[in-house]
Ligand binder design. Structure first.
Ligand SMILES: NC(=O)c1ccc[n+]([C@@H]2O[C@H](COP(=O)([O-])OP(=O)(O)OC[C@H]3O[C@@H](n4cnc5c(N)ncnc54)[C@H](OP(=O)(O)O)[C@@H]3O)[C@@H](O)[C@H]2O)c1
Length: 303
């Protein structure tokens, strides 16, 4: 039902390579496409798959087309590639934001006899094994066999242990603002806040307690990742602007509490956060996890 010819637009990128390897292992015939020919050739050689530098040629025989290019170019690529696809082809994107992508895909299935599906893998190119990682999924629709095609694709992912969560664009972008945008922002701000005090990090490390040590590890790992994508996840998401407004008023409230030495209000804020945390199934394990992470860090340092 799915067909075996699969083209990855953005096949020389981090996620393109991950999905190239994944689908090759599952017997698909892969073609990679991207603009920089040298990088494209290197990626294709490493994966031992075909490459095609012409967009039109790369997709014309494809049963599945995976768009794995930066967030800000994904919707225009969907618009550009849709008329080039064969009848009943399945066009899939993996962009980290969905509002523009889904709008464009809805236009595409109105205008062409193709299928569209929007995925968001909640993992990065460093992944070794997909077991227990989450993939968000938004069904767009298409031709008569749409549901069967989507079911077949989901089956491949689930057999590899991926957890598939179906969602809708508005909820997706709002929640992604909170689960990606906010932790990225806090970690970028954390390092910049202490940097602006002009205290050298090496000196601070000598004064480290448990919380600072772990926070530093999170921040230092985030700051080594894909800067352009992190920027797009925050800058291109309208929902993130709302979160920033909330954050700004919360900071003002917090500053006020501290400057006025308002301990009851501090206590209230602390307890509100505690109550909210208790809704989480992992809440009761969090303190234990914290010390498990620390144990790893301390052991690693000794080794
Ligand atoms: N990285 C992550 O952790 C992660 C996680 C989940 C989802 N995603 C999503 O996955 C997508 C790709 O991310 P990535 O990290 O793999 O990006 P990346 O490493 O920067 O790779 C982007 C790829 O797209 C190609 N490309 C860029 N513009 C293109 C265009 N106009 N036409 C054809 N090819 C183009 C690039 O090659 P050329 O420049 O040579 O064309 C490259 O092969 C993004 O939408 C991102 O939101 C990423």
């Amino acid at each position: 039902m799915l067909g075996k010819n699969l083209t990855i637009i953005g096949g020389s990128g981090g996620m393109g390579k991950v999905f190239g390897e994944f689908f090759k292992e599952h017997g698909f015939k892969i073609t990679l496409h991207a603009r920089n020919l040298e990088k494209l050739k290197t990626a294709a050689k490493k994966l031992d798959v075909k490459y095609e530098s012409s967009l039109e040629e790369s997709v014309k025989e494809a049963d599945i087309i995976l768009v794995s290019i930066p967030i800000s170019s994904t919707a225009s690529m969907i618009h550009k590639v849709s008329p080039l696809l064969k009848k009943n082809a399945l066009l899939v994107d993996i962009s980290s934001l969905k509002s523009e992508v889904v709008k464009t895909m809805k236009e595409s299935i109105k205008n062409y006899p193709i299928n569209c599906l929007s995925l968001h893998p909640m993992f990065g190119p460093g992944i070794k094994n997909m077991r227990n990682f989450v993939m968000l999924l938004i069904k767009i629709g298409g031709t008569v066999n749409y549901e069967e095609k989507v079911k077949d694709l989901i089956k491949i992912f689930e057999l590899n242990g991926l957890i598939i969560t179906e969602t809708i664009p508005d909820i997706h972008d709002k929640r992604i603002a909170l689960t990606l945008g906010v932790p990225h922002m806090f970690n970028i701000l954390f390092l910049n806040l202490i940097r602006r005090t002009k205290e050298p990090l090496t000196e601070l490390t000598k004064y480290t307690g448990t919380t600072f040590l772990l926070q530093k590890v999170f921040a230092e790992s985030i700051i080594q990742r894909e800067m352009d994508m992190f920027a797009e996840i925050q800058i291109e998401n309208q929902e993130f602007y709302e979160v920033l407004n909330l954050f700004e008023s919360l900071i003002k409230e917090y500053k006020d509490i501290i400057l006025k030495k308002d301990k009851p209000k501090f206590k209230q804020l602390f307890l509100d956060a505690l109550e909210y945390s208790k809704e989480d199934d992992d809440f009761k394990y969090s303190y234990m996890f914290f010390y498990e992470f620390l144990k790893i860090l301390k052991e690693e340092k000794k080794a």
